[in-house]
Design a protein around this ligand. Structure first.
Ligand code: C5P
Length: 222
């Protein structure tokens, strides 16, 4: 009898874009579809984990057996992640979190005033959810295994290695281009302390199952 790879583990996953409001009808977002994060949630559940999926605005069905928390902004996403991080054994940050948000949000729709002048938007930086969780005492003690993603247009290995160090995570997963947003397939570059390995191009669910297996292999034994 082979127990499932993630039996008894709690996996926390972020997925999709965030939406940063400008006013009640406008905002900033990006083209992340959430497909990779949702595939990971499904694969982790299949592997026996209890799964919490914190999802930005996406049009995807909730994988069976997965607890889903819908959020809008990066700050909402961070709150939802921090609410579950203490109970998690694994944190996979697959969301494409907006780097910046408007410095203020107007309560009312910003109207054209007829002057012909366009409004100017000021931005502030959003919190880095992954780096924050990776710096927590449980993560630093190895009790919470953190996995980050990187989407780069060039020099993927060098950028992934640098991002792994900057975020303070044991495993950084690079999306091997072309642009993966919205696609059903992907190829991944896994970068950890031992070096790098490639998961060749495949459907996102197939890749998610492989990545879950790779993560399970790296968890401390209990
Ligand atoms: O810095 P960059 O956005 O390229 O890092 C990507 C990784 O960090 C992804 O795993 C993403 O989910 C995570 N991230 C985050 N919070 C942010 C920005 C990125 O969790 N504010």
């Amino acid at each position: 009898f082979q127990p499932k790879a993630l039996a008894g583990r709690h996996v926390l996953i972020t997925a999709g874009p965030t939406f940063e409001a400008i006013d009640p009808v406008r905002g900033l977002t990006n083209r992340s579809s959430g497909k990779m994060g949702f595939a990971l949630a499904r694969a982790a559940h299949e592997a026996g984990a209890q799964v919490t999926l914190v999802a930005g605005p996406v049009a995807l069905p909730t994988p069976r057996g997965v607890q889903r928390v819908d959020v809008v902004s990066a700050q909402d996403m961070q709150r939802a992640v921090l609410a579950s991080a203490d109970a998690a054994d694994v944190f996979i940050a697959a969301a494409a979190v907006a780097d910046w948000r408007p410095a203020s949000t107007s309560d009312q729709k910003i109207k054209k005033d007829g002057s012909g002048e366009a409004p100017t938007l000021a931005f502030v930086e959003n919190p880095d959810i992954l780096a924050g969780v990776a710096a927590s005492p449980r993560a630093r003690a190895g009790a919470l295994y953190c996995v980050g993603f990187a989407a780069e247009s060039h020099d993927l290995l060098a950028h992934a290695q640098a991002k792994r160090a900057r975020k303070g995570v044991p495993l950084l997963v690079g999306n091997i281009g072309p642009d993966t947003f919205g696609r059903d397939d992907n190829a991944l570059l896994l970068v950890d302390e031992a070096g790098s390995t490639e998961l060749p191009r495949a459907g996102k669910l197939a890749l998610a199952r492989q990545l879950v297996t790779e993560i399970a292999r790296r968890l401390p034994r209990r």
